[in-house]
Ligand binder design. Structure first.
Ligand code: NAP
Length: 552
């Protein structure tokens, strides 16, 4: 739907680039937003800290990197041409293929033309008098935009290797989230992998095959399920392409925003024997099957315990050394309440003669030395350290920038107790500042590509509404934001997810408030709420606040 009027600017400060819309971040959310805003006739530009498009898939080039959402879900639906022209080769695509896809889309839509790469926003400040955002970047190329769109991603600020002695290490250190563009040679090397979340679990089996010796430093063991990836046949992809519109509609109505089967059956509605058969079948099928077996897996502790015990049994079956199996066995938190992992030969890697496991709960890392890692019990010599230590998730990228809203209000102050917004899209006090896949949406519980697309469409519709109706600014009311956050918290309280110490609740970052900010009510319900918010004529929002107009 093209905007009828392009936003008018008073060109007051030469030297600044003045825009209708600035998009920050050119991962999957920003790419789609830039295209849609430009197609609507808006004067839009994007900035991106990386050297090219792709977001997480640009940075995460580590060995074994692969998406744990099916390719046919984890892809754009907003332009039929894209989904018809692109053919996925695997059920779960590897990073190079996903990055190639991002490049294909960027090329097809000519997105680079309107993007400044290697450009990072340093401050984003609202000018109340002129109702514009002033964005200062680290390249000296600054912007003013009526609308500022944060497409900065939930996992874009790596935690890094925050251990004493890091700089003394004489070998090579690699962060998975900042992996070099050239291949890293592990042959003949003693390698240490620190971290066993979704990332570490992907790195370990691949590096184990290449390195002379691999030491895995595990603090909290993860539950992981075999991915059982497979190639997609030409026939299968032809069928998917023929039915894409219907598949996308189905995906949008589900809890996760994907087409995988999800059961409405609570566990104890079937017999003990059937439960075990279903779990066995889920393990054999692999991928996401097991997550969808029982409707109460994340809500009922007893159900959760049965699934957890089943997976613990599998670890014991696969890992030959009982002591290693025991260290790898997660206890003390409900299964799948930390991000569920999908692996390819992770537990099997510990049966190799060249792989050792260090239990960092009982033998914590004390420091990095010149020659390796010193734990509380010994020094382990290494040539390469791989830090798969995770991210300052959900809020890290927003809090990294100095964002000041109406009347100089600071986002860091507003979010001091945790992310707080309406629908994960907008915040009271921050007019015309939008978030794509923001912390309070379904975020990591949903398919990010569909979420990105839907958020981008909602934002564009909102901008068009404002322009057509002659409004200067929109922001949620404190009431609608408060009610939404209360609903989010109520839903979260029914789920087992907040029981685990994970990046979902900020537990991995010292000093971060313990708060689960994600909407856990399902993608379909969230999408309906967003739709209703717009259809109501933005009833939960204030348009052109009077105090913002003072002095004009
Ligand atoms: P993560 O899940 O936060 O895992 C970080 C790991 O590093 C944890 O095992 C953590 O242990 C460990 N760690 C951190 N500091 C440590 C220290 N000082 N000493 C010892 N261990 C330390 O991070 P991630 O694996 O990068 O995954 C983050 C998210 O990215 C995932 O949950 C997922 O959403 C996404 N992801 C997706 C895919 C995929 O699609 N397949 C792949 C990779 C990542 P503790 O838990 O004890 O702190």
């Amino acid at each position: 739907m093209p905007a009828e009027t392009v936003v008018a600017h008073e060109r007051r400060q030469p030297g600044l680039r003045q825009l209708d819309v600035l998009v920050i971040g050119m991962g999957f959310g920003g790419m789609c937003m830039l295209h849609q805003a430009r197609a609507a006739g808006l004067d839009v530009h994007a900035i991106e800290a990386g050297g090219d498009v792709g977001g997480t898939w640009y940075w995460n080039r580590y060995p074994g990197a692969r998406c744990d959402v099916m390719s046919i879900d984890y892809s754009y639906s907003f332009l039929n041409e894209i989904q018809q022209e692109w053919t996925w080769s695997e059920k779960f695509a590897a990073q190079p293929e996903i990055l190639a896809y991002a490049n294909f889309v960027a090329h097809k839509l000519d997105l680079r033309r309107d993007t400044s790469f290697e450009t990072r926003a340093q401050s984003i400040v609202y000018d109340d008098d002129r109702s514009v955002w002033v964005i200062a970047t680290d390249r000296g190329q600054d912007f003013e935009a009526k609308y500022c769109i944060m497409a900065t991603g939930p996992l874009s600020v790596p935690k890094g290797l925050d251990m004493p002695g890091r700089d003394a290490f004489a070998g090579e250190i690699y962060l998975t989230g900042r992996w070099p563009h050239q291949p890293v040679d592990f042959a003949g090397k003693r390698v240490g992998v620190i971290g066993t979340g979704s990332t570490g679990i992907q790195v370990v089996p691949v590096v184990a095959e290449q390195a002379d010796h691999l030491t895995v430093f595990q603090r909290t063991p993860s539950f992981t399920i075999p991915m059982r990836n497979n190639a997609l046949s030409a026939d299968y992809m032809a069928q998917v392409k023929a039915h894409y519109p219907r598949l996308r509609t189905i995906a949008r109505g589900t809890h996760t925003g994907g087409v995988r089967p999800v059961s409405t059956r609570p566990m104890f509605s079937v017999t003990t024997e059937e439960i075990q058969n279903l779990l066995e079948d889920g393990w054999i099928q692999g991928g996401q099957t097991i997550f969808g077996l029982f409707s109460d897996m994340l809500y009922d502790q007893q159900t959760n315990d049965v699934v957890a015990e089943f997976v613990r049994g599998k670890i014991k079956q696969v890992v030959k050394d009982p002591h290693t199996a025991e260290i790898l066995t997660p206890r003390g938190y409900p299964i799948f309440t930390r991000r569920p992992c999908l692996d390819t030969n992770y537990y099997e890697a510990f049966n190799r003669g060249n792989v050792d496991l260090v239990d960092c709960i009982n033998e914590p890392i004390e420091e990095i030395t010149v020659t390796g890692v010193r734990t509380s019990a010994r020094e382990i010599p290494l040539d390469i350290i791989i830090a798969a230590t995770g991210y300052d998730g959900l809020t890290g990228a927003m809090m990294a920038v100095d964002i000041k809203g109406r009347n100089g209000r600071s986002l860091r102050a507003k979010w001091a107790g945790g992310a707080h917004s309406y629908l994960g899209l907008m915040m009271e006090g921050f007019p015309n500042l939008f978030m794509i896949a923001g912390a309070n949406g379904p975020s990591a519980l949903a398919n990010f590509v569909i979420l990105n697309e839907d958020n981008a469409s909602w934002i564009l519709d909102c901008i068009i509404y404002l322009e057509r109706n002659g409004h200067k600014a929109i922001e949620p009311t404190a009431e609608s934001e408060g009610e939404y956050m209360a609903l989010l918290t109520e839903i979260a309280g029914k789920s087992l997810i907040p029981k685990a110490k994970s990046w979902y609740v900020g537990a991995n970052i010292p000093g971060k408030p313990n708060f689960f900010p994600i909407f856990a009510g399902g993608f379909g319900r969230y999408a309906d709420m967003c739709k209703q918010a717009a259809l109501s004529g933005y009833a939960g929002f204030t348009l052109d606040r009077q105090d913002a107009l003072v002095g004009r």
